[in-house]
Design a protein around this ligand. Sequence first.
Ligand code: SAH
Ligand code: SF4
Ligand code: F3S
Length: 481
Amino acid sequence: MYNDNPTLDHLVKTIDPMRQGEVLDFPGHQEKGNGKLFYIESFGCQMNFSDSEIVAAVLHGAGYRSTRNMEEADLILVNTCSIREKAEDTVRKRLYIYNKVKSSKPGTLIGVLGCMAERMKKNLLEEEKLVDLVVGPDAYRDMPKLLESAEDGHRAINVQLSREETYADISPVRLDSNGVAAFISIMRGCDNMCSFCVVPFTRGRERSRDPFSIVAEARDLFDTGYREITLLGQNVDSYHWKNPETGEEVNFAQLLRMCADVNPDLRVRFSTSHPKDMTDEVLYAMAEKENICNYIHLPIQSGSNRILELMRRGYTREWYMGRIHAIRRIIPECAISSDIIAGFCTETEADHQETLDIIRQAQYSMSYMFYYSERPNTYAQRNLKDDVSLEIKKRRLSEIIALQNSISRQLNQSDIGKTYKVLIEGDSKKSAEDFKGRNSQNKMIIFPKNPGLKPGDYVYVEVLDATSATLKGRITQNPQS
Ligand code: SAH
Ligand code: SF4
Ligand code: F3S
């Protein structure tokens, strides 16, 4: 999900919109093109990948077509992440590479989109002189106009944040899609102001998207063959929509049910849940609807109450464990994953031990693990001291990773002998003889192909073997035959 952490290589994903040198014409976007090609890379969270699909739709409307070959592009775009310093360093390195390409093809425009554009604003145009176009996350509709002015050699920048923009009416152009699973943004921004986090500054105020546009998008995806949607928001539990005319209200649990009712064969996932806001109503919706997957990403960040308070997370470890027990009680088969930060300001060895302890208690199927990276203008940067040395941060992080890996391995091994319903996503990375797919718990399972089966089909797979990252199995029964 986040691609600046070398320990998480297997989770890294960068959008490559197309195969080398190929130009895609997207269905439903056949209006005349202007002959220009764009190339886009995305870094950061799933929200950014989803936003790149909005950008692709806007550019398509303006006559651009997408290419996977950077060298032939008229417009090179990078959708950026500011969450940790390393994420921004990665983007800077990419900007030098784009500029090399540009030097052999003058006239090529380079654009920075997303969170780093929002954070750095005109500094990106002025100080770094590596870019022609800077567009923040709420300004993608303005891209055709900005491109015109950049083509005329003017500075093109729009980093205005909005209280309303949800891009509800824009039908995303699916990039690098397996045709089976897609993201749907249900809200934007974040109002939580966790003290370490840059997102409220780069993404602005929280706002929820019209639920009927979400359901329409889900239905559309199902009709074109998709079998899984992931509803995206920084804090999905605070999803709240109110019809300004009728006063009708929809909360997250209700939205989940509406999406699940699109079709029993459409799996519904969501991310990210917030421990302070996750309700039992959501858990009951999950327990009741078979197609709402039994998987919750519920980031703890730290196991120490003192650190949680400094992080301004709005819960204690006792509250958090109460939520874990509610999940286990209402959805016994549910897998839970987490985000963890090592070495936050003033973290002591005792605080760190509490983090290790809660990881043991919560029994996460997996976690995204980071060491603290101070971000400009956050509460922590302004008011707290980043006083844990890099060496200690790294050591604590490696202890957290080692513990999580051993728990993941144990939990996966306890799946051996069980049979799961698996949605086939495509060929396994290692062998075209095998399929890969996920069970409801979001665990990846590799298994030998059966003739007649294809991505998007459901199969029952018995688990025969397991590592800390994947399960291996064999098909026991094909529910569609
Ligand atoms: N909205 C989600 C998280 C979005 S950011 C939530 O509240 O859970 C994804 C993860 O990046 C966070 O959960 C946190 O673990 C990590 N993160 C955010 N800011 C960070 C920082 N300054 N240093 C290190 N990790 C950070
Ligand atoms: Fe950042 Fe906290 Fe909002 Fe998550 S909930 S995006 S960590 S401020
Ligand atoms: Fe990064 Fe922005 Fe997402 S900072 S994690 S791309 S919301």
